[in-house]
Design a protein around this ligand. Structure first.
Ligand SMILES: C[S@@+](CC[C@H](N)C(=O)[O-])C[C@H]1O[C@@H](n2cnc3c(N)ncnc32)[C@H](O)[C@@H]1O
Length: 226
């Protein structure tokens, strides 16, 4: 298949791309290459990840898929309806639960709705309480109030459950950046510890292309202290 078809995602047409160079074919390729830098870490910790796994903001190329994580219950929290539809169609025969959520609305009614939708899927699995064994968050923190998100997440992740973060400060689609995004790697590390996660492994990677990504990449594996 040619690149145009591969990267011409529903709802994000390349012919009408309002983000120009921030989201052309090359930018999309860079995003996926960067996302996949988390894969070796997922492989390394696979045995400790359990079988109920949440990937937040998977877009069209999730890291957690039935192919890579057979016999797992896979949840996607995502605010893009095209992405949700795409995964609902693609994985209708698998144990994949794409759920709408706007992580900038994780208080009040919309939060309750997210909780209820997630709970519904857990009930199907005969589980009373939402409790993810592990959570994967790649290239999402720049779009949300990440401190609030990490705090709220603690309610949904089991004690000693793992969280995997892949992030580059100020990298992505500036049109959607949150004012409450992380401003530096030390800030993320401090926040993670303060909120009650224990850092198990962290690595930083120099940017392969300073023109498009000026900052270093942080990959972090942490454990929920409970
Ligand atoms: C840059 S993409 C990252 C895609 C992929 N995870 C990666 O590593 O490249 C950001 C993802 O987060 C989702 N997202 C952005 N803002 C969000 C929000 N407020 N609530 C939920 N999902 C959001 C987007 O729809 C998209 O799937």
């Amino acid at each position: 298949m040619d690149d145009f078809k591969i990267y011409n995602w529903p709802g994000w047409p390349l012919e009408e791309n309002p983000h120009g160079g921030d989201f052309d074919i090359e930018a999309r390729k860079r995003m996926i290459t960067g996302s996949q830098m988390l894969s070796p870490f997922l492989k390394k910790y696979r045995k400790n990840m359990g079988n109920i796994i949440l990937e937040v903001g998977p877009f069209f190329n999730p890291l957690v898929t039935p192919e890579e994580f057979p016999n797992s219950q896979i949840f996607y929290w995502e605010n893009d309806y095209h992405v949700l539809k795409y995964h609902n169609n693609k994985y209708k025969k698998d144990s994949v639960y794409p759920i709408f959520c706007d992580l900038n609305q994780i208080e009040g009614n919309s939060f309750l709705k997210l909780k209820l939708e997630t709970q519904k899927a857990f009930k199907k699995l005969h589980l009373k309480k939402i409790s993810f064994d592990s959570v994967v968050v790649s290239h999402v923190l720049n779009y949300i109030d990440y401190k609030l998100f990490l705090m709220v997440l603690k309610e949904f992740i089991k004690k000693d459950g793992l969280i995997f973060i892949n992030n580059v400060v100020d990298y992505g689609l500036p049109a959607f950046f949150s004012d409450r995004r992380p401003k530096s790697i030390p800030e993320i590390l401090k926040t993670i510890r303060e909120i009650g996660y224990k850092i198990i492994e962290k690595e930083t990677f120099d940017s392969p292309d300073k023109k498009h990504q000026k900052n270093k990449r942080l990959i972090l594996v942490a454990k929920n202290n409970g």
